[in-house]
Design a protein around this ligand. Structure first.
Ligand code: ZN
Length: 249
């Protein structure tokens, strides 16, 4: 099992809104990915945390780099369609082998999340700067460690049910919004040997990734999702059995 002191984390950012919208640029002058990475570094100082963006060759996710990555975090929105299928497939294979994947906010529509979960991953939404209250549904879960009964974000985009996901294996958070909707905002799944966590907050025009509770949840999720071992995919034909098989008459 990967220990916290040997944990290698890559924070992936689409890095588009930051350059198109002055409000987003002011909240995240070095990019949302830089702020997310800083939160992980602050709370998991032993981990090696680096960033990668859409604009880099192979989106910064080469075969070699992914082979050295224990946990990948993913924020995307405007440019899901620009993520190369070959890179998505590479990430999918690494998750099946054991790499952890943390999908944030609008990443619900990313190719990698849809491909791993196999459903539409659609939801209802509204951008009205309303309050979000996140309730802990699973207080003993390591992803909720250090979080009170609930916490609030004063302004967020609303995501509501129905959320077209397969039934989560664990429900860690559920959100309530000022306008009345609720949403399964913190969910886990396993695919192959890899752990996946979806965490809802993080609309680009709000300072969500500066919030101490959001940073705590993301760091907890990164630590939780670290590989428990590696499972290389193969389908061998075992022609020599361990025990002799008697011919049947
Ligand atoms: Zn959003």
């Amino acid at each position: 099992m990967t220990t916290l002191s040997s944990l290698r984390v890559v924070v992936w950012g689409e890095n588009v809104h930051e350059h198109r919208n002055a409000k987003v640029g002011a909240l995240y002058p070095e990019g949302m990915h830089a702020t997310i990475a800083a939160g992980i570094r602050e709370l998991l100082p032993q981990a090696e945390v680096s960033v990668a963006t859409l604009q880099e060759p192979e989106h910064g996710l080469t075969e070699e780099r992914l082979a050295r990555t224990d946990v990948l975090t993913w924020w995307g929105h405007l440019a899901h369609g620009e993520v190369a299928d070959v890179v998505v497939e590479r990430v999918r294979r690494r998750v099946l082998e054991g790499m952890g994947l943390i999908v944030l906010h609008s990443g619900h529509y990313s190719k990698i999340f849809q491909r791993l979960l196999g459903t539409a991953c659609s939801l209802t939404w509204r951008e009205a700067g309303e309050k979000e209250r996140l309730w802990v549904c699973h207080p003993g879960h390591p992803i909720a460690a250090g979080i009170d009964r609930c916490f609030e974000l004063p302004q967020e985009e609303m995501y509501g049910e129905p959320f077209a996901i397969p039934a989560p294996e664990e429900q860690v958070f559920i959100s309530w919004f000022e306008g009345g909707e609720v949403f399964r905002s913190g969910c886990t799944w396993r695919r192959g040997n890899g752990k996946i966590f979806y965490f809802r907050p993080g609309h680009e025009t709000y300072p969500t990734y500066h919030d101490k509770n959001v940073r705590r949840v993301i760091a907890n999720a990164v630590a939780w999702a670290r590989p428990q071992g590696v499972w290389r995919d193969s389908c061998p034909n075992i022609t020599t059995p361990l025990e002799p098989i008697r011919p049947k008459v």
